[in-house]
Write a protein that binds this ligand. Structure first.
Ligand SMILES: O=c1ccn([C@@H]2O[C@H](COP(=O)(O)OP(=O)(O)O[C@H]3O[C@H](CO)[C@H](O)[C@H](O)[C@H]3O)[C@@H](O)[C@H]2O)c(=O)[nH]1
Length: 334
């Protein structure tokens, strides 16, 4: 089956592309390469351009009229940037995505898998996992653009009698275990990016952004999901969405996380155990906009997709480190 993957040269998109190819599907990639890496897309047909470039989309669909499913990853994903540039986020993540959907449906695509985010629950916190019924409280234009697009997608699918799955990702970590792709941002701000950057220089200081949250050790909770498990969830969603016998639902919203909450301190300790590096840990002030956080209840994913995560936090850390060292060898050959 041919699948159009927008953002297929990005971190998550490229991992899903590898998983699709491994499973015998034929991914066709559409990526602007503004953030994505051409090298991640080198094994598959690649169209370089914007998701709302209708001429390019027409060309793509005329060259691949047998595309049956769209996986839509291409988006702006930086929360902080979205606070400064909300119109950019609504343009890219909402309006352009609607143009893409319109074009895909016009060309006969009937199944869509959309990358949504657990950031839609940002204001929610709790001792138990968040189900898809938890209150949505997006706190940034990024999260709002994703949540709004879920609604747009549902309405468009009803209009066209199409069906979609929106996967709400928690915090992806790690790299493709076969090391075909992984994180590539030069100056990452997220926790594993900061820690692996310290590993690259064999130590240094890691600052925990506050330890006065209402959690078991005072540091915020997140749910870290290995990117390969996330890719497998996409394969399961693909099988689910094309299944003709399943109950009719135009948009199924499904959480994808590990199902376990991990505090920042626990995450740092796991990193220290994996690496054994002399990283100093200091408690700093709270990061603006940060929350105590939450983790996923993955019951719906288990029930509908028959999917459960298999890889551990430590595996994610190890894969991120292996990927980083391979990448550094490519950039700085010895
Ligand atoms: O040097 C650091 C980096 C992070 N943290 C803490 O680690 C936790 C996790 O932070 P991340 O930035 O790794 O993850 P977030 O869940 O806060 O945010 C990430 O996930 C979001 C979706 O939920 C968005 O995608 C966002 O852009 C992305 O950074 C937070 O409490 C943060 O304050 C530190 O203590 N020190």
């Amino acid at each position: 089956m041919k699948i159009l993957v927008t953002g297929g040269a990005g971190y998550i998109g490229s991992t899903v592309v590898s998983a699709l190819a491994d499973a015998g599907y034929s991914p066709i990639i559409l990526d602007s390469l503004v953030e994505g890496q051409a090298s991640f897309a080198s094994q598959h047909p690649l169209y370089v351009g914007d998701i709302a470039d209708t001429d390019l989309l027409k060309k793509l669909f005329s060259e691949h009229p047998d595309i049956q499913l769209l996986m839509h990853f291409a988006a702006r994903i930086d929360v902080e940037e979205s606070m400064r540039l909300p119109s950019l986020y609504y343009t890219e993540n909402l309006f352009k995505a609607a143009t893409l959907m319109h074009c895909a449906l016009e060309h006969g695509v009937k199944h869509i898998i959309f990358s949504s985010t657990a950031a839609v629950y940002e204001g929610s916190t709790g001792a138990t996992g968040l189900t898809e019924e938890a209150a949505v409280q997006p706190l940034s234009p990024y999260a709002r653009s994703k949540l709004m697009f879920e609604t747009v997608l549902q309405d468009i699918c009803i209009e066209s009698d199409a069906s979609a799955v929106a996967l709400r990702y928690f915090n992806p970590i790690g790299a493709d275990p076969a090391m075909r792709s992984g994180p590539y941002k030069a100056d990452p701000s997220h926790i594993l990016g900061k820690l692996t950057a310290l590993a690259a220089v064999h130590g240094g200081e890691f600052v925990i952004n506050g330890d006065d949250y209402p959690t078991r050790d005072g540091t915020p909770i997140r749910d870290y999901i290995h990117v390969w498990d996330l890719a497998q969830a996409h394969l399961a969603a693909l099988k689910y969405v094309v299944e003709p016998e399943r109950p009719r639902e135009h948009l199924s919203i499904i959480n994808v996380g590990s199902g376990s909450g991990v505090t920042v301190r626990e995450c740092v300790n796991a990193f220290l155990e994996v690496t054994g590096l002399p990283i100093q840990v200091r408690i700093g002030g709270r990061r603006a906009g940060d929350t105590a956080g939450a983790f996923a209840d993955t019951t719906r994913a288990q029930k509908l997709l028959k999917w459960s995560p298999e890889l551990t936090l430590k595996q994610g850390i190890q894969d991120a480190l292996t990927w980083q060292s391979l990448r550094r060898q490519q950039v700085e050959p010895t």
